[in-house]
Design a protein around this ligand. Structure first.
Ligand SMILES: Cc1cc2nc3c(=O)[nH]c(=O)nc-3n(C[C@H](O)[C@H](O)[C@H](O)COP(=O)(O)OP(=O)(O)OC[C@H]3O[C@@H](n4cnc5c(N)ncnc54)[C@H](O)[C@@H]3O)c2cc1C
Length: 381
């Protein structure tokens, strides 16, 4: 494979980078301290057309492909993971089920306004009892005439405090394990929806993760995605490759930032009379970073390209996600070593990359589960 970005893709990368440098970078310190992303910045991304990148032009989107969207995610995370995470939620997990499985009315009411930045969405899977094991889910949705009544608790929900609607996983058949899980569109201002405590966390200070309660929340029956019960797992599976590839692109952005700043620092920092980049031990660290980044970039964009071609991508999406996760953790670790004590300073970006890279361990599935998926795919071949 000889992967080449087109001039149009390179131009797009440049425009996202310029946006991030101009509007996000100067406010990172403020966001890290406030532990939130200001609404005007979220709105500015809408004005830029970012939330409609993946969506059809008829809906007000840009109709961009997966390679383009991966570039967007990489560049956003290269600047600031907290904003990148919130943007990806709005562009993908928080809205995609409406795009794929929503009624025309739901698209008009939720998706088109989401593309314009008038309404925001997020996805609610994880519960206190666990995130990986869908079969253990305790949130239930019980049919009552023309409505479903949803009862349960979610946690770790990104941006729950700042959105208008949720895609909520709940069991319609509690006896059926993960096959009993369905997905529902739930408006936040319905009676019984309650945003709980903010979770104080190591990773992505400003992304905002919250507990969320559904206290007998009534939603119209047509807010069940897929039109009939028992389809939730299949619907979920239909976007898992997208989530894996684009989460991997976020990891690549952090890796790239850590590498670039380490290289720059190694040229400036002097020890024993010479810039530390002249010491081979430092060069080896940078060389390993470069190898990891080059390999990850090929894997991630190859997987994105395969999705765009309609080619099978289950293995490629999973291997890219697994590889970049391990790679970025190695890279940010080496970066903090190159920076010496400054790698531990809260005034430097490196500590932030060191923390935020750990997002990759949970987003789009834990590493163990990704290996399970790759293993199962290999077995089937
Ligand atoms: C910053 C952040 C933001 C998040 N945002 C969201 C969000 O917006 N919406 C949302 O729904 N969730 C969100 N999550 C939650 C995330 O999706 C979960 O953390 C993830 O699904 C893993 O679930 P868990 O943490 O409950 O781990 P568990 O499922 O409890 O797993 C714990 C450990 O056991 C391992 N394990 C589990 N099953 C097996 C098995 N069969 N074999 C071997 N090992 C196994 C796992 O790999 C892991 O190492 C977020 C998490 C973080 C940290």
């Amino acid at each position: 494979m000889d992967f080449q970005f087109t001039p149009e893709q390179e131009l797009f990368r440049q425009s996202v980078r310029e946006f991030a440098d101009r509007y996000i970078r100067p406010r990172i310190k403020e966001m890290e301290e406030e532990k939130d992303v200001p609404h005007d910045l979220i709105q500015r991304m809408a004005e830029q057309g970012f939330y409609g990148l993946r969506y059809a032009e008829e809906l007000g989107g840009q109709g961009a492909d997966n390679v383009m969207f991966a570039i967007f995610n990489e560049e956003m995370a290269r600047c600031y993971m907290s904003v990148a995470a919130r943007a990806m939620m709005q562009c993908l997990m928080g809205t995609e089920f409406i795009n794929l499985y929503g009624t025309e009315e739901q698209k008009r009411k939720f998706l088109i306004p989401a593309i314009k930045g008038e309404r925001y969405g997020t996805m609610c899977m994880t519960e206190p009892a666990g995130g990986t094991d869908l079969g253990a889910m305790q949130t239930v949705a019980v049919r009552d005439g023309d409505e479903y009544v949803i009862t349960g608790q979610k946690n770790w929900i990104t941006g729950a405090h700042a959105v208008d609607f949720f895609t909520v996983a709940a069991k319609t058949d509690p006896e059926a394990g993960f096959r009993g899980v369905d997905l529902f569109l739930v408006e936040k201002d319905l009676p019984g929806v309650e945003v709980g405590e903010r979770i104080d966390k190591l990773i992505a200070f400003a992304s905002g993760c919250f507990d969320l309660y559904f206290n007998d929340v009534r939603v119209p029956a047509d807010h069940l995605f897929g039109g009939e019960e028992g389809k939730g797992f299949t619907l979920l599976r239909s976007i898992l490759n997208d989530i894996r590839v684009h989460t991997a692109a976020l990891g690549l952005g952090i890796a790239q930032a850590a590498y670039e700043e380490s290289l720059e620092y190694a040229k400036q920092r002097v020890a024993y009379g010479r810039p530390i980049i002249k010491w081979q031990a430092i060069q080896h660290k940078l060389a390993r970073m470069r190898i990891d980044i080059d390999a990850a970039r090929l894997m991630i964009y190859n997987a994105a390209w395969r999705m765009d071609q309609g080619l099978p991508v289950n293995i490629e999406a999973a291997t890219a996600k697994w590889f970049i996760t391990e790679a970025v953790l190695r890279i940010v670790d080496d970066a903090t070593r190159i920076f010496g004590a400054y790698g531990a300073s809260m005034d430097m970006n490196i500590q932030r990359y060191f923390r935020d890279a750990r997002w990759l361990l949970y987003g789009a599935g834990t590493q163990t589960m990704i290996l399970n998926i790759i293993g199962a795919e290999i077995r089937r071949q």
